[in-house]
Ligand binder design. Structure first.
Ligand SMILES: *[C@@H]1O[C@H](CO)[C@@H](O)[C@H](O)[C@H]1NC(C)=O
Ligand SMILES: *[C@@H]1O[C@H](CO)[C@@H](O)[C@H](O)[C@H]1NC(C)=O
Ligand SMILES: *[C@@H]1O[C@H](CO)[C@@H](O)[C@H](O)[C@H]1NC(C)=O
Length: 194
């Protein structure tokens, strides 16, 4: 379906085959990593200051599992979606035939919040941004502007919620909650030196 991920998978398979020979392979994060076939693919956990969420783990997720659409934060998910970064692009790994772009869409006009994270089959929206991990945290930069690692969980008019970013620092919009996004299960890569 997508030529870039296919190419990537060919490369990835070679990577996996070589990695299997490495003794520290057993140190990786079990099913989560092996099952995905993509080294470094991991679920993304949202951490916010809101007290009411203290008892919950929330993950970056989609409204309909396996389908593209607005990204959202889902509490206590049994099998959260897996994500990885390749060439500065954030991807969502659904299965070996369905890998989605995490698109950054300018929704200023439609939602009153600036940039929304939307899963898509094609790359749309803003195309000159850079995704990267710094430690466990997910960052997005665009030219000289960066988001300092803060994302906003905001209610939408249809009753759902979306995940947004601001490239300019400013006060948190009234209805939104600030979160940071983390991947704690990628750590085996450091142990493997990968
Ligand atoms: C992969 O996921 C897509 C979208 O959810 C689904 O239509 C397809 O059947 C899945 N393919 C496999 C091999 O599981
Ligand atoms: C988003 O669109 C608005 C106008 O529709 C524009 O003023 C703004 O600069 C755009 N933001 C980005 C980051 O492209
Ligand atoms: C996705 O987000 C947009 C706001 O950008 C909203 O208008 C739309 O209703 C949302 N779609 C769904 C299916 O919730």
């Amino acid at each position: 379906m997508l030529s870039v991920p296919k190419l990537f998978f060919t490369i990835t398979l070679n990577y996996i085959l070589s990695a299997i020979a490495v003794p520290t392979w057993e140190g990786l994060n079990g099913r989560n990593s092996i099952g995905s076939l993509v080294p470094g693919a991991a679920y993304i956990e949202a951490i916010g200051p809101t007290r009411e969420h203290d008892y919950q783990t929330r993950h970056l997720s989609v409204q309909i599992p396996g389908q593209p659409g607005n990204l959202t934060l889902a509490p206590n998910t049994r099998a959260p979606p897996l994500f990885y970064i390749h060439r500065n692009q954030l991807w969502q790994y659904n299965n070996e035939t369905a890998i989605y772009y995490v698109n950054v869409v300018n929704t200023t006009e439609t939602s009153h919040f600036p940039l929304q994270l939307v899963l898509g089959r094609k790359k749309v929206g803003i195309t000159n941004g850079f995704w990267q991990w710094r430690g466990t945290m997910l960052y997005y930069d665009q030219g000289q502007k960066g988001i300092t690692g803060i994302y906003y969980n905001c209610p939408l008019e249809d009753g759902s919620a979306g995940v947004f970013m601001y490239l300019q620092p400013g006060p948190t919009p009234l209805s939104c909650e600030q979160v940071t996004l983390h991947s704690f299960s990628r750590s085996y890569r450091h142990r493997n030196g990968g």
